[in-house]
Design a protein around this ligand. Structure first.
Ligand SMILES: [Zn+2]
Length: 507
């Protein structure tokens, strides 16, 4: 495959959205939303918000909007002027430099890739360009691995732009890489984190869609399969085909013809499974100011729900402390069922703690994927605080708390990784035995539908799911720990759980 040159042609004629409004619907009823979507409205944000939905409503659907019982507020009467302004502004950028101004505005794929190269060239000691794979149209999916400490230390994976139009995720993830790399050795918290934890950053998982969103359709979400596209975030094998994904190619959440049918999804899976130090995956989307975690496919909690919630709360607290932006932590399915999502797969089949931040803005004010570029730095700064929480959790930098013997966290012993066991009887989780290959789909009889067995969350009081882990240090209950804040204590406990998970993974 030759080199694909990605030039943004400012003279191309992109699709126009004249007269499309953005409306917010309070207390949305699923039937009303479905009717509006069938009339041509499009849900903005990845999923409906907890109390309201933003829709982009084309002119022909406005009459239906007026006829619904829903309380709707028009936030933007016509999106096209905003798109024109964005395009005009970006056309004036000129040659992109990789200095301090890089994050002043949104950047196209060529600039993002060049920025990764510039970072790697300037910091060769702690970085390495990595290849995740190749897109459908032959574009490389590139990342940068940052490793300042031991090669076998735990690592985090941060990814962006699975959905093409979510440009704030592209810039945020690139900015996270930039900040982490540039501030290593200067910023104490970043230095501590990177000396203990490797971080791999992949800003654009869907390069074809991203380019297309720049050149042709600003609201493009999917990859570019057959011109209609597949929603990569419904294409992952775990519980593929279930509710909250569509079998209709024209729909925004079209799941594709088969699990992992799309090269972008398959590449990410293979990449993840090849990294034996990974402990968490954070996949940045926009928007809604949410911090989601599995499951997406069922409203049943995961076996690790308490750990997910606690770790999510620690992240959102740290994030809110930066600029006052509150992100809401919750299980993804509390908003809307979504089957075949990357975070369910990463958790169930790769054994990772998996989070999906939905970045700015929230659903209160006007919302869109088209946001003022002044949000880039602020979003980067607040998400960095969340990454540092995860790094601390991963690094085991804190001693685990003394558990007073009765604690159940160290007694599970037995290897039934009680993760998602579906009705086929196969334990589809089984981190221990699937890490070698991208084989996960074979275990699931699709479509899972409602029968897909939820995890055995209810059964064990221990719920920690550590298989193995029997050799975990026993935690003498004989001393009284110096007093720590509850937040630190919680992180310490989570660190203990992480170690158990890591042991499971390596068996
Ligand atoms: Zn998204």
């Amino acid at each position: 495959m030759g080199v694909v040159t990605v030039a943004w042609n400012a003279n191309a004629a992109p699709r126009r959205y004249d007269g499309h409004a953005i409306v917010r619907i309070e207390a949305p009823q699923p039937e009303e939303i479905a009717a509006l979507v069938s009339a041509g409205a499009v849900i903005l944000g990845d999923r409906p918000g907890p109390d309201s939905v933003h829709l982009r409503v084309p002119p022909q659907a406005k009459a239906m909007l007026a006829a619904t019982a829903a309380v709707a507020e028009t936030l933007v009467a016509d999106v096209q002027p905003g798109l024109d302004a964005e395009r005009a502004r970006l056309a004036l950028v000129g040659p992109v430099t990789h200095g301090a101004s890089f994050f002043d505005d949104f950047r196209d794929l060529a600039a993002i890739n060049a920025h990764l190269d510039a970072l790697a060239a300037a910091h060769p000691g702690i970085t390495e360009i990595v290849s995740v794979g190749t897109s459908l149209e032959g574009r490389p999916i590139r990342g940068i691995a940052i490793r300042a400490g031991a090669a076998d230390g735990p690592s985090l994976l941060l990814t962006g732009t699975m959905h093409a139009r979510e440009w704030l995720s592209t810039m945020t993830v690139t900015c996270l890489a930039d900040t982490l790399i540039s501030e290593h050795g200067a910023d104490p918290a970043i230095t501590t984190a990177l000396d203990a934890v490797g971080i791999i950053v992949v800003p654009v998982l869907n390069p074809d869609g991203y380019v297309y969103s720049w050149e042709a359709e600003r609201y493009w979400r999917k990859n570019r399969r057959d011109g209609v596209g597949v929603d990569l975030n419904r294409n992952f094998p775990f519980e593929w085909g279930g509710e909250g994904s569509s079998g209709i190619p024209e729909e925004e959440n079209y799941r594709g013809t088969a699990p992992a049918s799309e090269p972008e999804a398959a590449a990410l899976m293979a990449f993840i499974l090849a990294q034996d130090t990974l402990v968490a995956h954070v996949d940045y989307h926009s928007y809604g100011q949410l911090l989601l975690y599995p499951w997406g496919y069922t409203s049943t909690p995961t076996r690790d729900a308490a750990e997910f919630q606690a770790l999510a709360e620690a992240q959102v607290d740290a994030m809110a402390a930066v600029h006052g932006r509150q992100y809401l932590p919750l299980q993804g399915s509390e908003l809307y069922l979504a089957a075949g999502v990357a975070d369910d797969w990463a958790y169930a089949d790769a054994g990772l703690m998996a989070f999906v931040p939905e970045l700015r803005p929230d659903f209160e004010g006007p919302g869109d994927f088209v946001v003022d570029p002044s949000n880039i730095r602020g979003t980067c700064e607040e998400t960095l605080a969340g990454v540092l929480v995860l790094a601390e959790w991963a690094s085991e930098g804190l001693e685990p708390p003394d558990t007073t013997g009765a604690d159940d966290t160290d007694t599970t012993g037995q290897g039934t990784e009680s993760g998602p066991t579906d009705s086929t009887g196969e334990s589809t989780s089984s981190n221990a035995d699937t890490t070698g290959a991208v084989t996960t789909s074979a275990d699931n009889s699709f479509p899972g539908g409602e029968a897909g067995g939820p995890p055995g969350d209810s059964s064990e009081g221990d719920g920690t799911g550590g298989s193995g882990g029997a050799t975990e240090d026993e935690g003498c209950s004989c001393t009284t720990e110096p007093r720590r804040g509850p937040w630190l204590l919680m992180l310490a406990m989570l660190g203990l759980l992480r170690r158990r998970r890591a042991l499971t993974l390596r068996q």
